[in-house]
Design a protein around this ligand. Structure first.
Ligand SMILES: NC(=O)c1ccc[n+]([C@@H]2O[C@H](COP(=O)([O-])OP(=O)(O)OC[C@H]3O[C@@H](n4cnc5c(N)ncnc54)[C@H](O)[C@@H]3O)[C@@H](O)[C@H]2O)c1
Ligand SMILES: O=C(O)C(=O)C[C@]1(C(=O)O)C=C[C@@H](O)C=C1
Length: 362
């Protein structure tokens, strides 16, 4: 691929453009809000110049309800040899393209399973797709050349291609993305009018569960509107679990010993089912989750602290598998949780202590 056109230079479009531009592809940027394309260009994601002729690949990165119209218009103008979109739902846009009578041979629906709770070009990052599944939904009509260009894009972005049928994709993301978004919002909504004395106790657990509750409601209304049935089916199952859990908790309040025993069993069953589901969440690069161990290191809120700690771990020959930051309320300090292979823990702790870092006793 030598040339690309990104239509919609928000979080996802600009992230893909940053990767392609860094790999020498000439990337043209367009957004219906020109300021956003200008911002993307200033980040080094490409050029605002109009392409001289059809580009190799047009990447449509606009909200789901606009995808079909943008693809149809771009095809009508002959802007590219191949067209992909990156929308979070696949069945709806494909159906609309069929209704519009678009050329389905040059179109491929795709979906990178990577994102953030923030929107717009300033939230973009060139490593966003690294190691993440990127779904491709070719139909019988899709040209091999277009599929190959999409595969090239996924490879350049460090993504892991997964080929699926559009409807199977929509059912799968209802489970692993759309329902979790709603549940995160519902937990966070409890805090809206909560007492300040409760809110100030927020620890890492609620931060993990509510991160995506900060997502853009307008985008999520679009996503959920395009996949309501499968999401409602899963939420109805969750509602069944909620009812059962409330009954178990009420039983725990009872004076009757037998009822309390039933309550304990009910709660434990729920928690164990959660453990079992959690073990199925894939680790880095889609592999089975690795049993990493965490080393928590105290850092102060000063420029360069994180890079210094990473450099010290690197100098000790330790590969950092994952990182989280735990901020302490009201303090200019926090803990960096460094996840490493169990065999590397002792060496990492010794090396960091030697360099003056303070390590939390677990
Ligand atoms: N945010 C995520 O985590 C995530 C992850 C994977 C896929 N997606 C999908 O990627 C697509 C883009 O999402 P995003 O998070 O980058 O959103 P975003 O709001 O950051 O960017 C969307 C951009 O599209 C532009 N736009 C809207 N209508 C347009 C039109 N008709 N023509 C040209 N530009 C138009 C907007 O001005 C905006 O800059 C969506 O379809 C979304 O479902 C999002
Ligand atoms: O990590 C996040 O912030 C996301 O919301 C990413 C996420 C997801 O649910 O995994 C959200 C929606 C997209 O369609 C794809 C990815």
């Amino acid at each position: 691929m030598r040339t690309a056109l990104v239509l919609g230079t928000g979080l996802i479009g600009t992230s893909a453009a940053l990767v392609l531009a860094a790999r020498g592809v000439r990337v043209h940027l367009r957004d219906h809000e020109p300021e956003r394309a200008r911002t993307a260009a200033s980040l080094g994601a490409g050029t605002l110049d109009e392409p001289e002729g059809p580009v190799d690949l047009a990447i449509v990165a606009v909200p789901p309800t606009h995808i079909a119209a943008v693809v149809a218009e771009a095809q009508g103008q002959g802007l590219a040899r191949g067209y992909i979109d990156v929308g979070s739902v696949k069945g709806g846009p494909l159906g609309e393209l069929e209704q519009l009578g678009c050329d389905l041979s040059t179109y491929l629906g795709t979906h990178p399973m990577a994102g953030r709770e923030q929107s717009g070009p300033l939230a973009a990052a060139g490593d966003l797709f690294e190691g993440r599944p990127w779904v491709l939904t070719p139909t019988a009509a899709t040209d091999t050349a277009v599929l190959n260009m999409a595969l090239e894009l996924v490879a350049l972005c460090g993504g892991v291609p997964v080929v699926m049928d559009a409807d199977a994709h929509d059912r799968a993301v209802a489970l692993v993305s759309h329902t979790p978004q709603l549940l995160s919002s519902m937990v966070a909504a409890r805090l809206e009018s909560a007492d300040e004395t409760a809110v100030r106790l927020c620890g890492q657990g609620i931060r993990d569960v509510t991160r995506i509750a900060a997502s853009d409601p307008a985008m999520w209304v679009e996503i959920l509107s395009a996949n309501p049935g499968p999401v409602a089916d899963i939420l109805a199952e969750v509602a069944g679990d909620l009812d059962e859990t409330v009954r178990a908790l009420r039983a725990l309040e009872s004076a009757d010993l037998e009822k309390r025993g039933g309550g304990v069993d009910g709660i434990e069953r729920m928690l164990r089912r959660g453990n079992a589901g959690r073990t199925r969440v894939p680790g880095k690069h889609g592999q089975a989750p690795a049993a990493y161990e965490t080393v928590a290191v105290l850092i102060s809120d000063q420029p360069g602290e994180l890079s210094r700690i990473f450099a010290d771990a690197g100098a000790a020959g330790v590969n950092i598998e994952d990182v989280r930051i735990e901020h302490s309320t009201g303090q200019q300090a926090g803990h960096v949780q460094i996840m490493v292979e169990p065999g590397a823990v002792r060496m990492l702790k010794a090396a960091l202590r030697e360099r003056g870092w303070s390590i939390r006793q677990e």
